[in-house]
Design a protein around this ligand. Sequence first.
Ligand SMILES: Cc1ncc(Cn2nnc(CCOP(=O)(O)OP(=O)(O)O)c2C)c(N)n1
Ligand SMILES: [Mg+2]
Length: 564
Amino acid sequence: TKYTVGDYLAERLAQIGIRHHFVVPGDYNLVLLDKLQANPNLTEVGCANELNCSLAAEGYARANGVSACVVTFSVGALSAFNGTGSAYAENLPLILISGSPNTNDASQFHLLHHTLGTTDYSYQLEMAKKITCCAVAIARAHEAPRLIDRAIRHALLARKPCYIEIPTNLSGAECVRPGPISAVTDPVTSDKAALEAAANCAAEYLSGKLKPVILVGPKLRRAGEGAEEALIKLAEAMGCAVAVQPAAKGMFPEDHKQFVGIFWGTVSTDAADSIVHWADALLCVGTVFTDYSTVGWTAMPDIPLMAAEMDHVTFPGAHFSRVRLGEFLSHLATEVKFNNSTMIEYNRLKPDPVLVHTAAPGDELTRKEISRQIQAHIDSKTTLFVETGDSWFNGVQFKLPPGALFEIEMAWGHIGWSIPAAFGYALRHPDRKIVVMVGDGSFQVTAQEVSQMVRFNLPITIILINNRGYTIEVEIHDGSYNKIKNWNYALLVHAFNGEDGNAKGLSARTAGELQDAIKVAEENTKGPTLIECSIDQDDCSRELITWGHFVAAANARPPRLPGV
Ligand SMILES: Cc1ncc(Cn2nnc(CCOP(=O)(O)OP(=O)(O)O)c2C)c(N)n1
Ligand SMILES: [Mg+2]
């Protein structure tokens, strides 16, 4: 049989380690979907809509390192652009693939369905160029290998999404077979001289400091290439305090004796902010300082920063290009001087463990009791997804036991991300116990994807915090728009079962009911269990209130007058 463009794409996706591709069919991509499905290494995963499809692919990329989302032209792609934006902001190589019009139509000035009703169909590619690191449109079959390989290689190296557009009449067109996959996946290594110089200079710089601290950011994991392991080696070579940004929670082991908590300014955990502010040198590893991670800029460190990024190193008086993060951290670990002054100080100031109150079974459910029970439920196999909302603040407070993992989408911050993302992640990690902490407002955005969890019999536990509205927004700036229509969430999940599903929907209003519901979830191994936890609408974390106050202030900064 003829080897085609679709076969070529399928083979490349399989060769880079993709085993599931997320799709919504449309007449511009059906032949392509047939070719992908024909590849024995790929399993097609249908989603209810393209927003969820792209967010499921975003979650899959967190687990797998790379993912693929296949949609139809315009009506599909424009929704998938949102999850693609998330992948861009969160540094994930999501390969967005869109079907497109037959190659004969443009030159005949045909008006087509699923377009803006003009004869120029190039707008989608132009839009994709803005939200990916490489966007290509295949116009003739013979250019498919070159364009597909280029887009995938760019995405893998940059840890950013790419875009591949394939006309409906080219997926089945004849194509040569691919060359060695190493041409696409071979990593870029550090420049040797730059690596040497960077490690020596950094060690020299640090040796002149009295109180160095390491601050870990979310790009540490995204860098891959052994960066997380190298960081532990470096931390132990230095002996210093290691603080972690909220979006990097879990990227440094929380049971490590040098872990000093989540650094998030005034809403830090374990007094991490005190030791960060005490430092005279901050080695920032893959950090991302946004308005949200600096609490409206109130927590922007005010000392010169050393920044170790995915492909360069910068610190006062120095910059080194083409230095890969993992290699830099490993190399620095062999050059750096031991200096545990910040750990000695931290052990003097760290807060004593607080007594956590256990509610009586009949007590009305509170946010604190939910957190206490989830903390008891988390173990080494757990991956905890925390959604935009008060779930961020409750989530970062958890102590992660060795092996527990944490997923958060704090840069893009799309409410509803956690449901499709946890679904995509679970397909890649069926061995892990996935718990989603999501608010009622967020759940309403992407609830349909619970039905895919049913379809694939995924035992995901969804802790739905029902505080009757958009509380995180209330704490930033309240208004009528933060009220939402309440649903019967437990009943909705039963509706997703159709005639053959194994999902369970429960609601808990007391501590005892939550305890019982979590037991039901632990026993339900054949499908998702949603537990609606009703709490008072003002029962939110003190951290959210403080954070909301400063973020609102940052949003309210008056426009700078010209010339001022
Ligand atoms: C796609 C998208 N649209 C709007 C927003 C703004 N936003 N951020 N958080 C929210 C409300 C979240 O409410 P919930 O999920 O109920 O969370 P909490 O009540 O804070 O626990 C909105 C509406 C957003 N973050 N993402
Ligand atoms: Mg809510």
